[in-house]
Design a protein. Structure first.
Lengths: 315, 315
């Protein structure tokens, strides 16, 4: 029988993991955060009262087996004119939501059009905003204001929460319950990964699932969210929301990118995520796997082939 | 073998004819005017340099055999916000044109997505503007300025022309060559029907085609284009562009709508198209068929069932 793999995240990180796994004979479910409120997605939320389409769109494209022009269409961004900055796939999902009367049906119809292999599941169908409480007590409202910080980005995030509280999507709970493997991340910790755990019922479902649970740690820190974070700190924050010893394996990249590749990240206050030598002392049941996961050149990303190999080993 | 039917027009009239014929076992080709430059279509042409998607979209929807939500999506119009007034199907075709690098390929991909039965063929792939010379010598540039007249709407149109000259779409010429039946109209005479004949090679192809040729005359006159026109005047203008005795049959509605239905048209300076008693004296080979073609209520439109019946009789 096909192994059931569930990814939890949103954004580019989830796109990479799904791309890595889509050509294998797995039953894939992508559970996607619904906290985004920036850019084209934010404008659509504000103007039409729809749910955020952006992260769902990326996962749909990742799992699409349709023709290349149609996949490119879904990722097409208009430039100039009234539509400047709007993404076509977002417009597709938002217009469909209006016609179908539900985001759930919109995702289903879009999945048919794109011939999606697997399921893309919004973690919630509640209309929510992400909020962050900083270490000085200040509360930042809106995912995009946390993602692109206007506050002092050196202030640590104390906790995040959803407003109002969100009901979990039954399809998400079901997928988690049936999963053989759950892959969390990579992705922006506070704005793409953790918002999934804030949805009522999600943490309990993950804890109760008999699936092996992997945390795919980020390669780079992110300004305003994870400045200076080591692998253990990433894991620590995950455990604050998910509980101790829930994660079985942390997949950590062991390959150092060259100085030239790191330079453009330094300009954005992003550094390589490190692993202190004494990391084992801080772990109980969770195992850390250090392997080369890095793409050869360009942006510092997870290589889909290397990633697929390692994940296959853990099944 | 399937009978080959070609419609020539654009806009709502063509939508009605295609809807009438789509459920029969015909090989359908819709040749569509490419002169539109108003509304959502005009904004897309101006902002992105694309070809006009609006009339193509309507014909695609008419011939689509896909699910209802997807057909509704293609006709969805955004309200409020940056997208106010934009039609989703137009955005689909324009974004695809950008991705595919040609409008021809965009229409092909959209036809696949919509599971179109038959072919929708832009009459030209040249980027053109429609111009009208009025009886006082004034030249009006742009289809929408003729369609929604800003000039004195009582001035007759002396002639129309395209700027620059347009090359015909080979697919259009081929469809005409192979056709058993060509249906011209209904639709706005100067802004939807005649622009097809202005494209180089189209008139010659129609004349040379062994197909039976029907002109489906409009039910109502249109302000600024055909004020006070009788059937014979509609036909006369068609013949100015197409030549004498090319049309075999003119299908004319013989049923009078009630006064209430006519009233809202009177507000827009639109009147019922009439047929003078001495019409036969003005015709040579062309036959006029007077039949009831009218919908029972609502807008004054051709009834698709009655229309299909009459067209079947002429095959």
């Amino acid at each position: 029988m096909q192994k059931r793999i569930v990814t939890i995240g949103g954004g580019t990180g989830t796109y990479v993991v799904l791309s890595a796994l889509k050509n294998f004979d797995f039953d894939l479910s992508a559970i996607v955060s619904m906290a985004d409120d920036g850019g084209s997605t934010g404008r659509l939320r504000d103007d039409y009262g729809v749910l955020p389409p952006g992260d769902i769109r990326r996962s749909l494209i990742a799992l699409s087996a349709t023709s290349k022009p149609l996949r490119k269409l879904f990722d097409f961004r208009f430039e100039n004119g009234d539509l400047d900055g709007h993404n076509f796939g977002n417009l597709f999902l938002s217009a469909l939501e209006k016609i179908e009367g539900s985001f759930h049906n919109a995702v289903r119809t879009a999945s048919q059009v794109l011939n999606v292999k697997g399921r893309v599941i919004p973690v919630t169908l509640s209309n929510v905003r992400l909020c962050a409480e900083l270490e000085n007590g200040e509360v930042v409202t809106g995912e995009t204001n946390i993602d692109i910080p206007r506050h002092n980005s050196k202030l640590k995030i104390k906790k995040i929460f959803l407003q109002p509280a969100a009901k979990s999507n039954r399809d998400a709970l079901l997928a988690i319950q049936k999963a053989d493997l759950i892959i969390i991340g990579p992705g922006d910790l506070y704005t793409s990964i953790l918002p999934n755990f804030l949805v009522n019922g999600m943490v309990k479902a993950i804890k109760n699932s008999r699936a092996r649970k992997i945390y795919l740690c980020n390669l780079m820190t992110k300004n305003g969210e994870t400045n200076g974070f080591s692998v253990i700190e990433f894991l620590g924050v995950i455990e604050n929301y998910l509980g101790k010893d829930v994660i079985d394996y942390v997949l950590v990249n062991a390959k150092k990118p060259g100085a030239v590749r790191l330079k453009r990240y330094a300009e954005e206050n992003a550094e390589l995520v490190t692993l202190a030598k004494d990391y084992k002392e801080q772990l109980n049941k969770t195992a850390i796997l250090k392997v080369d996961l890095l793409t050869k050149s360009g942006l510092i990303r997870h290589d889909t082939k290397k990633l697929a190999n390692k994940i296959l080993n853990l099944l």
